[in-house]
Design a protein around this ligand. Structure first.
Ligand SMILES: [Zn+2]
Ligand SMILES: [Zn+2]
Length: 306
């Protein structure tokens, strides 16, 4: 459609020059501007846009600090709050920044929306969706969510299939394809697309307490994903939470990861989703009071943590 508009514009422009009619040129230029403006949202929706790439020492890195960060867990296979439906997958709300962000969507739209309601979260308050990776237990709830609120910008790894992006564009939502680290809004970042086989991005928030890293499933490796945050964004690691991908992992492997967390001076740890019972109990043992039991319905209010 946009392409056709440009063809007509070129044809008219040639004819206009031949006639040397200034009025005609003015009219055609104006109509071309209207055509471009009308086509712009379609181009963004169907082709997508790249996020603002961060590089050190530039304004894009930003220095904003998020105060009063609140994280509400809408979707997890670990039960936490009574009355919430637990199901395999992960999704949480990240509130308190310039944008209100839904990180991942769980596997099922109606479970997601039902749990949001039970946690007093208004679906229409969300303006940004960040998808960690393509697996259905993180993206399956998106269609149901977009049916309720399509006025959002969806940040996804650039490697996502075209069909998936087209389905989002069909709702009229904007897409930002993430490859390099990007600043989503003041103090909130994606570390960029990591990994080889299953590409994944995580969310990092610079808060008044330190850095908060939220991870979907950690397919590229939990330590690698946490380490990716550090050189990009200054600050101590305050909290790392989400899926650590430690199912069927040996005690030895889990203990190595815990000691890497200690080396990186991670203050609080909240493994959930694909972290598995064994890893959760070992993290609890080693982090003691600084272990956060994450499950569906959990609300993490940073101001309440020591
Ligand atoms: Zn996965
Ligand atoms: Zn998963």
């Amino acid at each position: 459609m946009a392409f056709c508009s440009f063809e007509v514009y070129n044809l008219h422009l040639k004819r206009g020059i031949r006639l040397r009619n200034i009025t005609a040129i003015v009219v055609l230029v104006l109509s071309a501007v209207v055509a471009v403006v009308a086509a712009a949202p379609l181009l963004v929706a169907s082709v997508g846009q790249k996020g603002q790439i961060m590089s050190e020492g530039t304004e894009a890195v930003g220095k904003a600090v998020v105060e009063n960060l609140v994280i509400k867990v809408f979707y997890d296979n670990n039960p936490y709050k009574e009355g919430m439906e637990n199901d395999w997958g992960f999704s949480c709300l990240v509130a308190g920044a310039e944008k209100t962000i839904l990180f991942d969507t769980g596997g099922n739209g109606s479970i997601l929306l039902g749990n949001m309601e039970k946690l007093d979260a208004d679906v229409n308050n969300i303006d940004t969706v960040v998808l960690s990776h393509i697996h259905a237990d993180h993206t399956g709830g998106l269609q149901g969510f977009l049916q309720k609120n399509s006025e959002v910008t969806v940040y996804l790894p650039v490697s996502f299939p075209k069909k998936f992006k087209d389905d989002i564009a069909a709702h009229g939502s904007k897409i930002v394809e993430v490859e390099q680290p990007v600043e989503i809004c003041g103090g909130v970042y994606s570390v960029g697309q990591l990994g080889t086989l299953i590409k994944e991005q995580s969310l990092v928030v610079r808060t008044d307490r330190g850095l908060v890293v939220i991870i979907g499933c950690a397919h590229p490796g939990i330590v690698k994903m946490v380490k990716a945050a550090k050189p990009l964004i200054e600050g101590e690691l305050f909290l790392v939470m989400g899926g650590f991908h430690l199912e069927w992992s040996t005690r030895g492997k889990i203990k190595k990861i815990i000691s890497s967390f200690k080396d990186m001076k991670v203050r609080y740890a909240g493994p959930c989703h694909c972290s598995d019972h064994r890893a959760r109990s070992l993290f609890q043992k080693h982090f003691g009071e600084n272990y956060i039991d994450i499950g569906v319905g959990k609300v993490v209010t940073l101001a309440d943590l020591k």
